[in-house]
Design a binder for this molecule. Structure first.
Ligand code: SOE
Length: 411
C-alpha cells in the first residue's frame, strides 16, 4: 500500500473511529440501553436481519440499541467470517449454548424452517425475546406449541413478515382502515419466481433447503404464499374457506446431502380461491416456474369506493383509484411513496428519494423495539403468524382432497 493511501486511511480512522465489533461506543452507552442480539443462521436472512440491527438506531429514536453480541452457526469458520463481516462480538456453534447465555437478551432465528420450533421454545423457556424468520413453523400444530411457549414465558416475540413494512404497503393498510375503499369485494395476490425450472438443480443443503420438504415443510405455499397470506390477513381480515391446487413439476432431484436422486416433496406451484369473513372473494397464486419473474409479489384490492394495487418490483409506488374523483380527471393515481407524511419516510431522506427492500427489515426492528418499550407489541406476533399457518395448512389439505376446506381461526 502506498504512503498516500496510508495517510488517507489514518485520517479516515481518526474521523470515524471504528467501535469494537458488536459493542457500543462509550458515548452511545450514556443514553442508549443495549439490546444484546444472538443470531442463529448466516444466510440471506441472517444478512437482512443483521443489516437492520445495525441501521435501526441511526434512523429511529429508540431507547434501546441492538448490540451484535453473538452469531451461531454449526460451521465455526463460517460463523467467524460472518461475525467479522457484520461486527458480531462472538460466535457459537451450538444454538443451545447461545440460548443459555446470560449476556443475550434476544434470540433471532434465521435458520431453516424445521429448526424454528425447537429453538423458539428453548429461547422462550430461557426468558429471551424472540424474532423468528417466516414461516413461523412447519405447520399449524407445531405453531400452536410455539405460541403456547411464548405465552407461558411472556416474552416479546415477532415473525419476520417484512413486506407489511414496505411504506407503500403500510399506506395501503392506513387507507383501508380509514374506510376509503368501503366494502371490499376482491383481493388478488401473486408471488411469482422462476429459479427452480431446471431439473438439474439439486435439492437440500445450504441455499437449497427450500426444495427439501423435510426442512422446508412445504414449497411455495409456506415460502411465498405465506407472505401474500400474512399481508392479506392484515389488510382484509380472516379467511374462512379455501379451495386449492398444487403441482410438483420436477418430481425427482439429486439431494445435495445424500448425493442420491430423491423424490421432491414440495409444491412447486400453488393456487387457491378463498372467501374472507368480510364477504370478499380472493385469488392467490405462487410458483417458482413463471419464466421471467424473479420476485413478483403483487396484490390488488377492489372496494366499493376505491381500489389499491402494489407490486414488489416497483415497491415504493402504490396505485390508487378513487371513484369520487371528478369524472373528467378520474384514473389510477401512481403514488410515489417518499414524502415525510407517508409511513416511515420521515425517518429517511428528503421527499422524492426512494428506499428499498432492506428498509422493511429496519422498520420491523424499530417497531419491535418500540413495542417492547411502550408495552404495545407490534405484529405479526407468533399468534398472528399462526393464522397464516392455519391458512397454508388448509391450502395444502384442499390440494390433496380436491375440496373446499375450512380455515381454523386463532383464538
Ligand atoms: C425465496 O426465494 C425467497 O427468498 C423467500 O424465502 C423470501 O421469504 C421472499 O421474501 C423472497 O423469496
Amino acid at each position: 500500500m502506498g504512503r498516500r493511501q496510508n495517510e488517507i486511511e489514518n485520517v479516515s480512522s481518526r474521523l470515524h473511529p471504528r467501535p469494537e465489533p458488536g459493542f457500543l461506543s462509550a458515548q452511545q452507552h450514556e443514553y442508549m440501553k443495549p439490546l444484546r442480539i444472538g443470531l442463529i443462521g448466516y444466510g440471506f436472512m441472517g444478512r437482512a436481519h443483521s443489516n437492520a440491527f445495525r441501521k435501526v438506531s441511526n434512523f429511529f429514536d429508540l431507547e434501546h440499541q441492538p448490540v451484535l453480541q453473538a452469531v451461531c452457526a454449526r460451521d465455526a469458520e463460517k460463523a467467524k467470517a460472518f461475525a467479522s463481516k457484520w461486527g458480531y462480538a462472538s460466535i457459537e456453534t451450538d444454538w443451545r449454548k447461545l440460548v443459555e447465555r446470560d449476556d443475550i437478551d434476544l434470540i433471532d432465528i434465521a435458520s431453516p424452517n424445521n429448526t424454528h420450533a425447537e429453538i423458539a421454545m428453548a429461547a422462550a423457556k430461557a426468558g429471551k425475546m424472540i424474532l423468528c424468520e417466516k414461516p413461523l413453523a412447519m405447520n399449524g400444530p407445531q405453531g400452536e406449541k410455539m405460541v403456547a411457549a411464548i405465552q407461558k414465558a411472556k416474552v416479546p416475540n415477532m415473525v419476520w413478515y417484512n413486506y407489511r413494512r414496505i411504506p407503500a404497503v403500510t399506506l395501503a393498510k392506513q387507507l383501508i382502515d380509514e374506510g376509503r375503499l368501503g366494502r371490499i369485494f376482491h383481493y388478488r395476490a401473486k408471488f411469482l419466481q422462476d429459479w427452480t425450472i431446471s431439473p438439474e438443480l439439486p435439492q437440500g443443503g445450504a441455499g437449497l433447503w427450500r426444495l427439501d420438504v423435510k426442512v422446508a415443510g412445504s414449497g411455495v405455499t409456506g415460502d411465498l404464499l405465506a407472505h401474500c397470506i400474512d399481508t392479506a390477513l392484515w389488510l382484509n381480515g380472516d379467511i374462512d374457506t379455501v379451495t386449492a391446487m398444487t403441482e410438483t413439476f420436477v418430481k425427482q432431484r439429486k439431494h445435495n446431502l445424500t448425493g442420491k436422486v430423491e423424490k421432491v416433496g414440495i409444491d412447486d406451484a400453488s393456487a387457491f380461491l378463498a372467501r374472507f369473513s368480510n364477504g370478499s372473494l380472493a385469488t392467490f397464486e405462487s410458483t417458482r416456474y413463471a419464466r421471467g419473474h424473479k420476485a413478483l409479489y403483487t396484490f390488488e384490492i377492489n372496494g366499493e369506493h376505491a381500489s389499491i394495487a402494489w407490486d414488489l418490483h416497483d415497491l415504493h409506488r402504490l396505485q390508487y383509484f378513487e371513484h369520487k374523483d371528478e369524472g373528467r380527471v378520474r384514473g389510477w393515481r401512481n403514488l410515489h411513496i417518499t414524502d415525510s407524511d407517508q409511513p416511515y419516510m420521515k425517518n429517511w431522506w428528503v421527499p422524492g428519494l426512494a428506499i428499498g427492500y432492506e428498509h422493511s427489515f429496519v422498520h420491523q426492528v424499530a417497531d419491535f423495539i418500540r413495542g417492547v418499550e411502550t408495552g404495545k407489541p407490534a405484529g405479526p406476533t407468533f399468534k398472528d403468524a399462526l393464522a397464516t399457518e392455519y391458512v397454508t395448512d388448509a391450502v395444502l389439505k384442499s390440494a390433496r382432497t380436491n375440496k373446499w376446506e375450512k380455515v381454523k381461526h386463532v383464538k
